[in-house]
Design a protein around this ligand. Structure first.
Ligand code: NDP
Length: 399
């Protein structure tokens, strides 16, 4: 029986709230707090339970967060606001003795830069305070790391290559929309690509490398090599990995829009002067693009995200392995009112919180998800709407 605060009332926050509400035996009190109180109140109204309440906070402000935590005294904060708020929320957790979980690594607002160093720097302070911070507990990062930990625990004596493959084969009927916060999403995919090879990071141009990959129940889709944050922790925690890459599918129409957005300067994250007002073009663009939370109603098709791994099995024989989840946009919408990208992020965040609150993940300090026992997490994930599949000794399509 534990009290949690969910910070962020967007697509992911809505799913986390729905899923926590399904487990009152674990989440006995839930506070949904975000910048815009009315969004929190709308979720509370929909869930309609006396132990779920709304509050407001500017999570860029440590004093405001400290005041919120002192008032509610939660055991755990589930941070599904934006990556910009990770450090302020971690600071407030340390000040108030609260545990922490998030789904995306910290990013400074003025630089699209993805690395764990800022959050790993809190390790000693969390350890000394006897607190736990669980980093990157969405799907990717999140389940991608737990899948890798599961493969290492049960099947491999040595993992040599890891390819995380992320396909969204859904259709929302809009000419262009992003599936989660447009600002965060466009910052991520317009960066240079990067992958890990023989102990070094290799940089590519943005979306420079691509190839068709075949996804279960979906078929072949053009998949683009991107940098993704979990690669950094996975090659550190599994040093036998010689090559680690991340692939994501994009349709031609999406890429054409993205190219135009970049070419006309609308993906810029620096301030420009507009009639005496400072605006950041990408933040302005977010205001005119479809809200990812509103895509669900007409979204059809599935997502498919998984890990393709090669190496040596426990007996030292060559092994290839694929573990994945497919999630239907329609089913996600029917259950939570949100599409599958929000759903596949929010469900693992709830499951990670449950693992912590029930003592199954209890190591102290700042930790990435692969550092915990994958078995109880994956058992719960399957029960909570994201069942997973595995295949052995198959062609991984990735040389
Ligand atoms: P949304 O933009 O839909 O929601 C973000 C929420 O955070 C909004 O309610 C927003 O409030 C709130 N917020 C923003 N700034 C502040 C602030 N300073 N103080 C308080 N609240 C604030 O984003 P999503 O729900 O799509 O994504 C949430 C998180 O999930 C992001 O960090 C994203 O990177 C991550 N994510 C992770 C994935 C994974 O697999 N690991 C996949 C997809 C997303 P307001 O409404 O007022 O703007």
């Amino acid at each position: 029986m534990s009290k949690v605060i969910i910070i962020g009332a967007g697509g992911v926050g809505t799913v986390v709230a729905h899923k926590c509400a399904q487990h009152p035996e674990v989440f006995s009190e839930i506070v949904i707090a975000s910048r815009t109180l009315s969004k929190c109140e709308a979720i509370v109204k929909e869930l309609d339970k006396p132990y779920i309440t709304a509050d407001s906070v500017d999570a860029d402000s440590v004093p405001q967060l400290v005041e919120l935590f002192r008032r509610h005294k939660p055991e755990l904060v589930i941070n599904v606001a934006l990556p910009y708020q990770d450090l302020t929320i971690m600071d407030a957790c340390l000040e108030c003795g609260v545990n922490y979980l998030d789904t995306a690594n910290y990013e400074p607002k003025d630089e699209a830069h993805f690395e764990y160093s800022w959050q790993w720097a809190y390790k000693d302070r969390f350890e000394k305070a006897g607190l736990t911070a669980i980093l990157g507990c969405g799907f990717d990062p999140g389940v991608s790391g737990v899948f890798t930990a599961y493969a290492a625990k049960h099947y491999f004596s040595e993992m040599q290559t890891l390819d995380i493959v992320d396909c969204n084969a859904g259709d929302h009927g809009k000419a262009f929309a992003t599936n989660f916060n447009p600002e965060i999403n466009i910052r991520e995919i317009t960066q240079n690509g990067r992958y890990y090879q023989d102990g070094k990071w290799v940089t590519t141009g943005p979306l420079e490398f691509h190839r068709p990959l075949t996804y279960p129940e979906i078929g072949p889709r053009e998949s683009y090599l991107l940098y993704h944050e979990e690669l950094e922790s996975l090659v550190k925690n599994y040093p036998s990995i010689k090559r680690a890459r991340f692939w994501m599918t994009f349709g031609q129409e999406y890429l054409t829009h993205l190219r135009v957005i970049q070419n006309i300067g609308m993906a810029r994250i620096d301030e420009v002067d507009y009639n005496g007002t400072k605006i950041v073009p990408l933040q302005f663009l977010k205001a005119v693009l479809p809200n990812p939370q509103d895509l669900g109603e007409n979204y059809h098709g599935q997502t498919s995200i998984g890990c393709r791994i090669s190496g040596l099995d426990k007996e030292g024989n060559p092994l290839t392995y694929y573990i994945w989840n497919n999630c239907s946009h329609e089913a996600a919408y029917k259950e939570t009112g949100m599409q599958a990208v929000s759903y596949t992020t929010g469900v693992p965040a709830m499951v990670g919180a449950m693992m912590f609150l029930t003592g199954k993940w209890n190591e102290k300090g700042v930790r990435n998800v692969e550092e915990f026992d994958p078995d109880p997490f994956l058992a719960e994930l399957a029960k909570d709407g994201l069942p997973w599949n595995e295949k052995f000794n198959l062609d991984l399509e990735l040389d």
